[in-house]
Design a protein around this ligand. Structure first.
Ligand code: NAD
Ligand code: ADE
Length: 422
């Protein structure tokens, strides 16, 4: 059959994988009722008619469906991956088959990764959806002229928000960006319960080892760390938390976890999970203190949390012992194991968060994109919170789809809550 224009333009692994990718998309569509609702609404209202939208996200099935929902809203869509290991080639093939231009394949080199982002920006998007702020960063550092033509966009994750705020603080951000990560219906559920479940899914399926009875060290007790620690405890692990924030440290302690400095935890852990968004949180002499057989993985956005250079420097040899597990043999005979090359374990060695969780997140993405596009003239080139009414709309719709009814305030209760007199 003759190739379509989208297929000719796209750069992907193998279009013949499309039927397998379509089945993955069908499965998530059956579990993402909020996005089903947005798709129907967008098809009617066409909020993105005539626009080009570039999406840089972890390209697995849930993200694929989001891209199709934006397309249903009238946009021409191009996608690329937000991590060299999280792209699923079959999903990408199915997207191309449905008319979405894709520049992505699994396991890119760093050069290929950057080249594919560049290709996506050559698509000249009017609006963007970013996960980790790579599109925004390249637009501002290498394509400042083009950045002026972008109407606005949305950011998915904590690390991306940090980067956007740094850009805005310099006064250099050229267009409004919606901080989707910071919406209640995002971080309370996606970062906490989504990461809590999917990180353990990634670790369990990769290692096929028992968790019960082991000592798990969770590095960072933010929204993601809380979920990872909670689910480690649920599987019967003894959990240690390390932090640099005294308030989060007390929170972890009051939640029933042991809290200590990383150097002390390094000697006790059987499994280490980093989830800080910070660099070198396991580094240098931490490796010297670890037990033979210790397993390390990262769930933070970039692969900089566990220092691979320090680990490599100490290793006499490195070999892959199982898919996604590298064994570092130390000079003294100890063996340390790193999962998924230190890239976020739930996406590089798993399928990411559960569909029902990403349904809330991606409903917020879809609504925030519509909001930024419709309000582009009014919004300053800053990082903007998702308006509370959209957050509440998503929460109510989610409750509705779960068949859960909640109470509403009576008029008397409303009055009472507004009054100050006894
Ligand atoms: P957060 O800001 O809520 O939490 C990060 C925590 O790490 C903070 O409490 C901070 O004090 C702590 N921290 C920083 N440096 C530390 C150090 N040296 N040692 C110990 N603790 C340290 O952020 P979050 O929402 O939990 O996100 C964390 C990372 O995970 C980010 O990179 C984010 O982009 C990423 N993320 C990943 C997924 C996923 O699917 N894997 C999902 C959401 C977010
Ligand atoms: N699937 C797609 N994007 C994701 C994300 N940012 N976190 C977890 N799972 C995902």
């Amino acid at each position: 059959m003759a190739k379509t224009a989208v297929e000719m333009e796209s750069q992907i692994r193998d279009i013949s994988l499309a039927p397998q990718g379509k089945r993955k998309l069908e499965w998530v569509k059956a579990h993402m009722p909020l996005l089903n609702n947005m798709e129907e609404r967008f098809r009617e209202e066409q909020p993105f008619r005539g626009m080009r939208v570039a999406i840089c996200l972890h390209l697995e099935a849930k993200t694929g469906y989001l891209a199709q929902v934006i397309q249903a809203g009238g946009a021409e869509v191009a996608v690329c991956g937000s991590n060299p290991l999280s792209t699923q080639d079959d999903v990408v093939a199915a997207l191309v088959d449905s008319g979405i231009t894709a520049y992505a394949w699994h396991n890119t080199t760093e050069e290929e990764y950057k080249m594919l982002i560049d290709k996506t920006l050559d698509f000249n998007p009017h609006a963007i959806i970013d996960d980790g702020a790579d599109l925004v960063s390249i637009l501002h550092s290498q394509r400042p002229q083009q950045a002026r033509d972008v109407i606005g966009g949305c950011e998915e994750t904590t690390t991306g928000i940090h980067r956007l705020k740094a850009l805005a603080a310099e006064g250099s951000l050229r267009f409004p960006m919606m901080a989707v990560n910071d919406a209640y219906c995002k971080y309370l559920f996606d970062n906490r319960y989504g990461t809590g479940q999917s990180v353990w899914d990634g670790i369990n399926r990769t290692t096929n080892l028992v968790v019960a009875g082991k000592t798990v060290v969770v590095v960072g007790y933010g929204w993601c760390g809380k979920g990872v620690a909670m689910r480690a405890k649920g599987q019967g692990a003894k959990v240690i938390v390390t932090e640099i924030d005294p308030i989060k440290a007390i929170e972890a302690y009051m939640d029933g976890f042991q809290v200590m400095a990383m150097q002390e935890a390094a000697a006790q852990g059987d499994v280490f999970v980093t989830v800080t968004g910070n660099k070198d949180v396991i580094a240098d002499r931490h490796f010297d203190a670890m037990k033979d057989g210790a397993v390390m993985c990262n769930a933070g956005h970039f692969d900089i949390e566990i220092s691979k250079p320090d680990l490599e420097e100490r290793a006499a040899s490195v070999r892959e012992v199982r898919t996604n597990i590298d064994e570092y043999s130390m000079e003294d005979g100890r063996r340390l194991y790193l999962l998924a090359g230190g890239r976020l374990v739930n996406l590089a060695a798993g399928d990411g968060h559960p569909a029902e969780v990403m349904d809330l997140t991606f409903a917020l993405q879809a609504m925030s994109l519509q909001y930024v596009v419709e309000n582009a003239k009014k919004l300053k080139p800053e990082v903007h919170p998702v308006p509370e009414h959209l957050d509440r709309y998503a929460a109510n719709l989610r409750l509705q789809t779960m068949g859960i009814e909640i109470d509403t305030l009576t008029r008397e209760q409303e009055e009472y809550l507004k009054s100050w007199m006894l």
